[in-house]
Structures are given as C-alpha cells and as structure tokens.
Design a protein around this ligand. Structure first.
Ligand code: CP3
Length: 388
C-alpha cells in the first residue's frame, strides 16, 4: 500500500499524482498529517469519489452518543460537554465505540459544530435537557469582536486535531475517518438566536435587515471553518462533511447567499489545498434547492434528509455526485420489518449510483442497539448485484 504524506506547500500540490506517489514513503506513518492511501483508499472514500462500490459503505449521523451505554459511562465522568469534546483520549474513544459494535465503514470525529463559536470566545454551555446556550451575537460590536478573535480559532482547537490523529492511528486502513464542521448559516443561527429550538425569526431578521453586517459574521465563519477543516485533514481526516442542519429555515430567495455561496467558498479553498479529500454537503430540508446546492458548491457527495424521495434523488441529482442517506431516523428507533423495507427501498433506488448508506438525520438516544445491529447486518450483507 502506498501512502501519501501530507503535502501542503503549493508547488508540491501541483505535482501530478504519480510524482507524488514516487516521492511518498512506502510505510504508513500513523502520526503523519494525512493518511489517505491513494493506492487503496477506504471503501467510503471510493464511493464518495463516485465509484459504484460492490457493497454500499455505511455510517450513521450521530453514531457516537447516548444510545450507547459505553458512551454514557464515559460521558458521566465529564459533565461539561465542551470539555468532553476537547479531551482527546475521551473523544477518540467515543469516536471508535460505534465501529467496535457495528463495523461501520467510517468513524465520524466526535466534536460539535459549536466548537468554532466557542473558540471565537462566544460563551457556550450545553444545558441538560435544553441543548446549547450561547451569548448572542446581534450587533456590530459583537461582530467586531469575532473578527478580532478569528485568526486564533484554528490554533485554539488543537485538541480536536489530536483526536483526529489518535483515531486515524487506531483505525483499520479500510475504514475512513470523517472530519466535520457546521456550515456558516447553521452555526450563525445558534450564534444569533443564542441557542437552538427557536423559530429563526431573530437570525432571519438580522440577515434581512442588516445583510452587510450578517455577511461579516458569515465571512468570519467561512474563514475559520476553512482553517479548522484544513487542520483536521492535515491531522488525518479522509473526508469532511459540512452540516447545514437549518438550511430548511432559508426561503429560496436567501438560500443562494447564505447556504450555497459560503459552502462553495469553503469547498473551493479546501479543494485547492487537498484535492484528494472528498467533501460531503448536508443541506437539511433544502428540498428542490438541493439541485442548485449540488451543482454550484462542487461538493463530491450530498447528504440527503428523509424528506427526499430516493427515486427523485437518483433521477434529479448529477450522476457524478455520490448520494448519502437517507433512512428516516424514526425507523431505526422502531426497527423490525418497517425499517428493513425502507432500507431496501433506498438500496434499490440507488443501485445504479455511487452512494453511501446513512440516516436522514442523527440517531436519537432512544434507539435500541438491537435495531442498529439488525440494520448493520443488512448493510454488510447487501451487494449491488442484488435487485432488492
Ligand atoms: O455524529 C457523531 O457521532 C459525531 C459527533 C457530533 C455531535 N454533534 C456530538 C453531540 C456531530 C457530527 C454533531 C453535529 C451537530 N451538533 C449538529 C449538526 C448535525 C445535526 O444533528 O443536526 C448540530 C446542530 C449540533 C449542535 C448540538 N450539539 C445540539 C443542538 C446539541 C443538543 C441536542 C442533544 O442531542 O442533546 C448538541 C449536543 C451533542 N453533540 C451531543 C452529541 C453526542 C449530545 C450531548 C450529550 O452527550 O449530552
């Protein structure tokens, strides 16, 4: 197996692949900055690059979490969720836990999309049963402070990159490690609203009445997200996902400016630095806006929520794009034949395409482990040649 070490200086990046392969060492250095194996990349990376793999790789959003007793046991030792995320031994351990049980094809870094606001000096606490609470960003003085803090953000999140390199070092070469960040719009909703669970009137009013100021906030998030994901990739992430969980809150007229454009800027910058690392975009609830999102952002793969009919996605989204999704998360909580049938419907609808099996959104804490086992067994057994 040939391993390409991280090559970040611009002149080397321009070298053709065969020359970089020649320059690269033959052994896998687990502490190397990038551990993507070009000769034999993990199954997930091959699918994300558009290959119609014989078996569909799978992972589940929020696959590390409270439905796992081993997660709850470790989490009990750290009541402060932000500190838990920034504790590399603990974060690495919970990143790996679901793969030990279910053999997913990818681990997703254990962290949170709100670590960027935290590193921007926004006060952040996760309240039991309530979710995140942040000091709201609503005026020019607050945006000024963010702009001043921005250059230090990527450096402040060094603990996250240490988690990435620990996980990459512990993972089998055929398993992928997915890094991630929130998309600027979704992170901005939490920053302006001061938390989640609102109707988005405050952030939408901000964007509509003070678009220039809101643009400055989004620009801070674009720049810090690029630097943060760049560092995750240097530390060993094989692919990255951008979570735009609240794309659903944007009317069509604003979707282009606050979802598509910032995502495109992040993809362009990351691709220039790491052309071999696939980027997954997840614009949840974007509906027909997904067609524009898919083409204008130049993502490699598109995460689909359960509102998207699998057949629509197969027909309407560009053939070069890898599809990822999109089982209704309630069905994995319910299990049984309803879950099986819905999983097979996705596998069947996408069998002519490159795809990754996932849920339409995150696993919830009430999901029985037996159901995750059952779905994983279906996915391990499925082969593209099958018609169902
Ligand atoms: O997927 C994974 O397993 C990796 C880890 C991960 C977490 N958050 C851990 C987490 C990922 C990818 C996220 C992303 C995230 N965080 C999103 C986007 C994806 C999505 O689900 O829509 C959002 C919107 C957040 C913000 C966030 N973090 C909220 C609103 C909450 C509270 C809700 C809840 O479930 O309690 C969190 C907390 C959080 N992030 C938990 C986990 C495992 C639960 C914390 C706990 O253990 O108490």
């Amino acid at each position: 197996m040939t391993v390409i070490p991280a090559i970040n200086s611009p002149p080397l990046q321009l070298l053709p692949l065969f020359l970089r392969l020649l320059l690269s060492g033959k052994t896998r250095d687990l502490s190397a900055e990038t551990s993507v194996t070009e000769a034999d990349p993990p199954l997930l990376v091959r699918a994300l690059r558009g290959e119609r793999t014989a078996r569909a790789p799978f992972w589940f959003m929020r696959q590390a979490g409270r439905y796992l007793p081993e997660y709850r046991a470790l989490r009990q030792q750290s009541p402060d969720f932000v500190r838990f995320c920034l504790n590399p031994p603990h974060a690495a351990e919970v990143t790996l836990q679901p793969l030990r049980r279910f053999g997913m094809d990818a681990a997703i870094l254990f962290a949170d999309i709100l670590l960027i606001p935290h590193a921007l000096d926004v006060d952040l606490v996760f309240k039991e049963g309530e979710g995140p609470v942040l000091s709201p960003v609503r005026d020019a003085a607050a945006v000024d402070r963010l702009e001043k803090a921005a250059p230090a953000v990527a450096g402040r999140l060094a603990a996250v990159y240490e988690t990435v390199s620990r996980v990459r070092g512990a993972l089998d070469p055929d398993k992928a490690l997915i890094g991630f960040a929130g998309s600027p719009w979704t992170v901005a909703t939490y920053m302006v609203e001061g938390g989640g669970g609102h109707d988005f009137r405050t952030v939408r009013r901000f964007a509509l009445t003070e678009p220039d100021l809101f643009q400055r906030l989004v620009d801070v998030l674009v720049d810090t997200t690029i630097a943060y994901l760049d560092r995750q990739i240097q530390a060993g992430a094989d692919a990255v996902q951008l979570f735009d969980t609240w794309a659903s809150a944007l009317p069509a007229a604003e979707f282009e400016r606050w979802c598509v454009a910032p995502t495109a800027a992040i993809v362009t910058a990351l691709r220039a630095r790491h052309p071999h690392v696939p980027i997954i975009g997840f614009a949840r609830g974007a509906g027909t806006g997904l067609v524009r999102y898919a083409t204008a952002t130049r993502i490699d793969a598109i995460g689909l929520d359960a509102g998207v009919a699998p057949a629509w996605a197969a027909d309407q989204l560009p053939q070069s794009l890898c599809l990822q999704g999109n089982l209704d998360p309630l069905l994995i909580a319910i299990g049984g034949t309803a879950m099986d049938a819905a999983a097979h419907a996705i596998l069947s609808a996408w069998r002519q395409r490159a795809f990754v099996f996932n849920l339409g959104h995150g696993i919830t804490p009430d999901v029985p482990i037996a159901n995750v086992d059952r779905l994983s067994a279906i996915l391990h057994a499925w082969r593209r040649e099958q018609t169902s």
